[in-house]
Write a protein that binds this ligand. Structure first.
Ligand SMILES: [Cu+2]
Length: 134
């Protein structure tokens, strides 16, 4: 059985990864948060993308996060170099974050966001796929 040593090595690697993982703090972690697009489809051209930040444990919206990095590109359609400027607009509702952009091509765009949540250490990193249609 040729596969056995490989399986054993994989198991050992997994065990090592588990053992070296940092202890889980009892409090909330950044992985408890995720961004969601309110509308995953939009039109080509000038658009406003609205995103909600959700606490996955409670399902509640999370206000006042500081979004310090954002990028919008066509990586899902193999055009990562095709990026467009993203401008954050003032929030109109707590927990909703709005971004203005010009989508020059139909297809799938990837919105990458990095944010700090009030009272949490670490960074919430998320990537959302927007479909732009004519
Ligand atoms: Cu493109």
């Amino acid at each position: 059985m040729i596969k056995l040593p490989l399986a054993r090595a994989a198991a050992a690697a997994l065990l090592a990864a588990v053992l070296s993982a940092p202890a889980q703090p009892a409090r909330a972690e950044v992985k408890d948060y995720r961004f969601e697009l309110v509308q995953p489809e939009t039109k080509v051209g000038e658009t406003v993308l609205t995103v909600r930040l959700v606490d996955r444990r409670s399902g509640k919206l999370v206000p006042d996060a500081v979004i310090f990095a954002k990028r919008l590109d066509m990586a899902p359609d193999a055009m990562e170099e095709m990026a467009t400027k993203v401008e954050q607009l003032p929030s109109t509702e707590p927990g909703l974050y709005r971004f203005k952009a010009r989508l020059s091509m139909q297809g799938r765009w990837r919105l990458s966001l990095a944010a700090k949540v009030q009272g949490e250490t670490g960074t919430v990193d998320d990537q959302l796929i927007v479909q732009a249609a004519k």
